[in-house]
Design a protein around this ligand. Structure first.
Ligand code: FAD
Length: 560
């Protein structure tokens, strides 16, 4: 290295670190760039690990995106594998590294920390047993693979119902292992709202994967291969996967005296500079801004990590790029379904103090008359005062990703539900409807905001019924009503309502229940224009009532 070169040292060589190295080289052909990576691989696809275990990805080598030789040839970057950075001397600008051949001191002009995080291992008896695994690295994946091949487990328990837990449950299931997911909160994918967690659960249960919610694992009993749950239930598990969260890797930074943010991640400014101007940080280890709430949070996802790595390298080499934060957009495959979220869920928006409005539609992903249409559940979350879009959740077999991505773009661009209603999205019958489900959800929100068609959520209606003085007017067909309806509801099909308005009590708060919310809007307009004012449409209709639960349901075959 000569003295005219800027020496960029990057600690951590996967998503943020590898991106930072490649970007640094593209900016400065003369820089001396070193990646220090404690693991045996650089730039591997951790997001692909569950899909190799499931055998969807047949070749292990496709998960290894770069090698030290490849990095050197393409980018002239020195990659030091099995090297662990153990301390930073900020005054002397060196990093002490434990290498296979002993301690080394590596000098830097600019240091980029890209150390990621570590899976949280819950403190439960048996968590260290040999049939208990985590999935974070290629060696973790290899160990699971070997165990399945050699021990041929018949039963599995996945502890944690976040996206990695769901992917691993599906992977075990694909390997013919009878799998149960155990989730502490009331529903799977806790970052999503209840009705989406329930749809995910229903899809798994239909597909043969068991789910236990609102319970924790008390202990893992290695002798009997039993898992003891908080409610006293015992489940057999020949293999156990722990996936209960990720904690940022901050030891090195703490010991070097760098500031840590309130969320536990490394504190960086909007140029991804730490409290030391010569040290940048990116990826799972940092604290960033949630774009909608403006709050400092951690967003341990691959997209933000890659973009942050790019920006950190640019700024370390004298550019002036700003990182504005992340939405936390996430998507997960659920057997033949997909679930996705961007921005804030309803529960998160309420917690952040927004005057939260929601609109839920259950529509087809494309024109119903074109073969192969699949139902998609879509919920938009917005601020009732300004109409600003705050979040979106979706679940279905097809078209979830594009609705989530459109909403992510809309939210980041600061669009309102009115803007969303006018979005000119691609349409031909095989792809969408002339009014895309997103346009439809925005219409619902706008009709609510203008007072033309006020909505209530299935949760709000359940509470109003409990409090008394509220009546559900069910406007579905006779057949739909007979199959199941909320106990005590009044039934008048929408097509008979004009003639039977006289049967509707005028003094009660009325909530209109239709199949998915659409006919409820028609019925509401009939009633409002006939003089009824205390009336709301249940957004998402009976489908949302079923998903939210907690109602007393009657049918021709009994009550439940
Ligand atoms: P990492 O990729 O974790 O890399 C950090 C590296 O730093 C590690 O290799 C570590 O060995 C090294 N390191 C740490 N400390 C030191 C040290 N002192 N010295 C040397 N090296 C050190 N995200 C998505 O957005 N979508 C997905 O579908 C998705 N699926 C995932 C599935 C799995 C199974 C996993 C584990 C993660 C998944 N993620 C997904 C999350 C995503 O992989 C991470 O957000 C991303 O990898 C973070 O990148 P990073 O560079 O910050 O950290």
């Amino acid at each position: 290295m000569d003295s005219t070169q800027t020496h960029i040292v990057i600690i951590g060589g996967v998503a943020a670190g590898a991106t930072a190295a490649a970007r640094a080289r593209r900016i400065d052909e003369n820089a001396h760039i070193t990646i220090i990576e404690r693991g045996p691989y650089v730039s591997f696809a951790n997001c692909g690990l569950p899909y190799f275990i499931s055998r969807d990805i047949p070749k292990r080598s496709s998960l290894i995106l770069q090698t030290p030789e490849g990095f050197l040839a393409r980018y002239n970057v020195e990659v030091l594998l099995k090297h662990e950075a153990v301390s930073i001397d900020r005054a002397g600008k060196t990093v002490s590294v434990q290498s296979p051949s002993g301690m080394k001191s590596i000098p830097y002009d600019k240091l980029i920390l890209a150390q990621g995080g570590n899976p949280v291992i819950p403190r439960i008896p048996g968590a260290d047993a040999e049939h208990v695994f985590k999935v974070w690295t290629i060696p973790d994946m290899d160990a699971i693979h070997r165990f399945i091949d050699e021990k041929k487990p018949e039963t599995a328990v996945v502890v944690g119902g976040g996206f990695i837990g769901l992917e691993m449950a599906e992977a075990f299931h694909a390997r013919g292992i009878h799998t149960t997911i155990v989730e502490l909160t009331g529903h799977l994918m806790p970052i999503m709202d209840t009705e989406f967690g329930r749809q995910i659960q229903n899809a798994f249960e239909e597909g043969g994967i068991q789910v236990r919610t609102s319970c924790s694992v008390e202990s893992i009993l290695p002798q009997t291969k039993d898992i003891l749950l908080s409610g006293g239930e015992r489940i057999k598990a020949d293999i156990v996967l722990l996936s209960v969260g990720v904690s940022p890797e901050t030891k090195l930074a703490r010991e070097a005296g760098l500031s840590i943010g309130g969320s536990g991640g490394i504190l960086v400014d909007n140029h991804l500079r730490t409290s030391d101007p010569d040290i940048y940080a990116a990826g799972d280890m940092i604290e960033t801004v949630q774009i909608v709430s403006g709050k400092k949070v951690r967003v341990p996802l691959a997209g933000p990590a890659n973009r942050q790595g790019r920006i950190a390298a640019s700024n370390a080499l004298g550019m002036n790029m700003e990182y504005k934060g992340a939405l936390g957009t996430s998507i997960v495959k659920v057997l033949s379904y997909t679930a996705g979220i961007t921005g804030l869920s309803e529960q998160a928006a309420k917690k952040e103090g927004f005057d939260t409005g929601v609109a839920i539609v259950h529509r087809n992903n494309h024109a119903s008359y074109y073969p192969g249409a699949e139902s998609i559940s879509l919920k938009i979350v917005y601020d009732r005062k300004s109409g600003r879009l705050l979040g979106c959740e979706a679940f279905g077999k097809a078209g979830v990703d594009k609705r989530i991505d459109v909403c992510a773009t809309a939210i980041q661009g600061g669009l309102t539900v009115s803007d969303l209603s006018e979005l000119d999205l691609a349409y031909a019958p095989p792809y969408s409807s002339a009014n895309d489900p997103l346009n439809m959800a925005a219409f619902v929100a706008m009709n609510h905001m203008s007072g033309m068609s006020p909505v209530a959520t299935a949760e709000e209606v359940r509470e109003a019924i409990k409090a008394g003085d509220a009546l559900i007017l069910d406007v579905r067909t006779y057949g739909e009503y007979a199959k199941g309806h909320v106990a005590g509801s009044l039934h008048i099909p929408v097509d008979e309502l004009r003639d039977r308005c006289g049967e509707v009590p005028a003094k009660k708060a009325l909530f209109l229940c239709s199949k998915d919310g659409f006919e409820g809007h028609i019925a509401l307009r009939i009633l409002m224009q006939s003089g009824f004012s205390n009336v709301k449409n249940i957004t998402g209709g009976y489908k949302s009532i079923e998903l939210i639960g907690g109602y007393s349901i009657e049918s021709d075959s009994g009550s439940f």
